[in-house]
Design a protein around this ligand. Structure first.
Ligand code: SIN
Length: 182
């Protein structure tokens, strides 16, 4: 179900819980060879230049799977998405697996050599970082909490995300948990 007028986009971060674009179809899906990690810096949505937030990217992990949601979109939508994902993400071709069947599609990946990449850190350190940060789109906590909720809705398993959620919920914050941005 894809031709030159439509393309599958695989979402694994804010694209899952804030798809601010029209789509023709949407389904839970997964991709092979990648894992989701809060290793990417966000200067424009969940943090600021001198204190970037931590958001999700994909790390190459042979044999692993990342669960998310696929959207069938018209190619013109990429003009909007390229701006939304401009802080270090690049389009990457990917094979998207559905419960039944598969399709070739696209995923936004922020690779380790991008200017905003923050990389690995102990989970409690990442949790403290997320608990602190806030940007034009809202708090970094909200990004994490909304992602965790969206993953539960599709019965996804992701210990990295759920452990971080637990750690951040255990930290005190005066910031509201949910706002409106991506
Ligand atoms: C995605 O959601 O697929 C890309 C990363 C993000 O925007 O959070």
């Amino acid at each position: 179900m894809t031709d030159e007028r439509s393309t599958w986009l695989f979402g694994y971060g804010s694209l899952i819980w804030r798809p601010d674009f029209p789509w023709l179809a949407s389904r839970p899906a997964r991709i092979r060879g990648w894992t989701r990690r809060f290793w990417q810096g966000s200067h424009d949505h969940r943090g600021v230049s001198d204190d970037p937030g931590r958001v999700a990217t994909l790390i190459e992990s042979p044999g692993e799977y990342c669960q998310g949601r696929a959207f069938l979109i018209e190619p013109a939508i990429f003009e909007h998405l390229d701006v939304r994902e401009k802080n270090g993400y690049q389009r990457h071709p990917v094979e998207i697996l559905f419960d039944q069947g598969s399709a070739t599609g696209v995923v936004y990946v922020a690779p380790p050599d991008n200017f905003a990449f923050l990389g690995q850190a102990p989970l409690p350190e990442i949790a403290t970082h997320i608990n602190r940060c806030c940007g034009p789109s809202g708090t970094n906590r909200e990004y994490l909490f909304r992602l965790a909720r969206a993953l539960r809705e599709i019965d996804a398993i992701d210990p990295h995300v759920f452990q971080l959620e637990r750690l951040v919920r255990g930290l005190s914050s005066t910031q509201p948990d949910f706002g409106t941005g991506n």
